[in-house]
Design a protein around this ligand. Structure first.
Ligand code: SF4
Ligand code: SF4
Ligand code: FES
Length: 415
């Protein structure tokens, strides 16, 4: 078959890439990598691309093919042309109905995104490897002091590593990661998939330290926007987003602590508020996340400018009313929790609060779906009475500070 390749070409010195077209004859089972070889050997020896194993093992040949990341040594012409026909059925239909001979299929080739280009399809991967190093991707040193002869794992323990162990560090997920595009400190899906592999490995003895590290800030799991691109892009079915979700779940399964990072409080508060009321009450949300249940004075004070701007713009309503039918949302979450606990073989058999969507004979009514208890009753009460009063109080404090030229901390004798 005849194929038309449109290849993006560039050197590090060139600001704008250019596209060059190459037409070649190849059998449908030829891989994209073999086609690139053919172009380089027969048409333009200056074309630059990476390759090594030619067998989907080394990850060197990842490029973008027709707008998606792919391993050039895995994707065949035939498969690519079929995918393009699925993506653009109108063009394929038009070509089939026309009497003129169809034009050769076109395959667009680009370097991976989110990497600086060195030349043509070769990208610079320093940041990629540095991000991987940030998750400390090795079994901990102490655990590597082998006590007897070797590490022993059960087949089940080893099987837990199979999926993430398939990663070949090709960079396809990193190329498509929206979070990486906008948050430079985010370590990326490849690193977090490896991070989960470290957490799941029974030989490692740093699990709690790793969990704290991976969930500390936006460089770790909370930086992910859950766009699913990494799962779609991965040619090895590592499903990085699934591994990120596992890390989050492990962190949220730990009991909450006053000192936990704001990002963890953010997730807990969101789940708790929606479960309790079916909506996110922004007043309580702000007090919990920014104010750490009234423990973080700086966090609380940081809400004041926002509060003032909202008041000034008329965005601070006198009364907050949840949308209708919010109880149903809470009931849905409770039902999912129930199903999850049933799947895990939970045997909690106590009373359950009534919810509008659960029938009276529902099995879930027998189980304990009680809402999470706050650690401290008084802080929960403070939030319950009305976050709005706290906000107004803070605004009054700020005004008094301005009028008296004295800081709040000075009144308290702390300054
Ligand atoms: S799901 Fe998260 S890690 Fe995966 S590509 Fe999207 S933002 Fe990146
Ligand atoms: S997770 Fe998949 S896409 Fe990402 S580097 Fe590993 S093999 Fe490549
Ligand atoms: S050349 Fe090694 S994965 Fe393609």
């Amino acid at each position: 078959m005849q194929v038309c390749f449109q290849i993006q070409r560039q050197t590090a010195a060139e600001n704008a890439p250019r596209v060059e077209t190459f037409v070649l004859e190849a059998s449908p089972n030829t891989t994209i990598l073999e086609c690139l070889n053919q172009i380089k050997w027969e048409q333009d020896g200056s074309l630059a691309f990476r390759k090594n194993c030619r067998n989907t093992i080394c990850g060197s040949c990842a490029i973008r093919v027709n707008g998606r990341p792919a391993l050039a040594c895995k994707q065949t012409l035939q498969a690519e042309v079929k995918l393009a026909a699925l993506a653009y059925p109108a063009i394929a239909d038009g070509a089939a109905q026309s009497e003129a001979p169809p034009p050769p299929p076109t395959i667009e080739i680009q370097p991976l995104h989110n990497f600086p280009v060195i030349k043509d399809l070769v990208v610079e991967m320093n940041q990629f490897w540095q991000n991987l190093a940030q998750v400390d991707p090795y079994i901990s040193t102490a655990a590597r002091s082998i006590p007897k002869r070797e590490f022993l794992q059960t087949p089940v323990e080893r099987a837990a590593l199979n999926q993430v162990g398939n990663c070949i560090m090709c960079g396809a997920c990193y190329s498509e990661c929206n979070a990486k595009s906008v948050t430079p400190e985010f370590v990326g899906p490849h690193a977090l998939a490896k991070a989960y592999r470290m957490l799941a490995d029974t030989r490692d003895d740093q699990t709690s330290e790793r969990l704290a590290q991976y969930t500390q800030d936006l460089s770790g799991v909370w930086g992910c926007t859950r766009c699913f691109n990494c799962n779609s892009a991965c040619p090895m079915d590592v499903a990085p987003l699934d591994q990120i979700t596992q890390i989050k779940s492990q962190r949220l399964a730990q009991p909450s602590a006053p000192s936990e990072p704001r990002s963890v409080r953010h997730r807990r508060a969101m789940i708790d508020l929606v479960t309790q009321g079916g909506w996110i009450d922004e007043r309580r949300f702000g007090l919990t996340v920014m104010g750490n249940r009234l423990r973080d004075l700086n966090g609380l004070l940081s809400l004041i400018p926002l509060g003032i701007r909202m008041l000034a713009k008329g965005k601070f309503p006198a009364a907050f009313e949840p949308s209708g039918d919010t109880q149903t949302v809470g009931a849905l979450i409770q039902t999912i929790k129930l199903k999850t606990s049933l799947t895990k073989g939970s045997s909690l058999m106590t009373q359950v609060p009534q919810s509008p969507n659960l029938s009276s004979g529902d099995e879930s009514q027998k189980l304990n779906l009680s809402q999470p208890e706050p650690k401290l009753g008084w802080t929960a009460y403070a939030e319950q009475i009305n976050g709005r009063f706290a906000m107004i109080g803070l605004v009054i404090l700020l005004l008094l500070e301005v009028l008296t030229h004295q800081t709040f901390l000075a009144w308290l004798g702390l300054q």
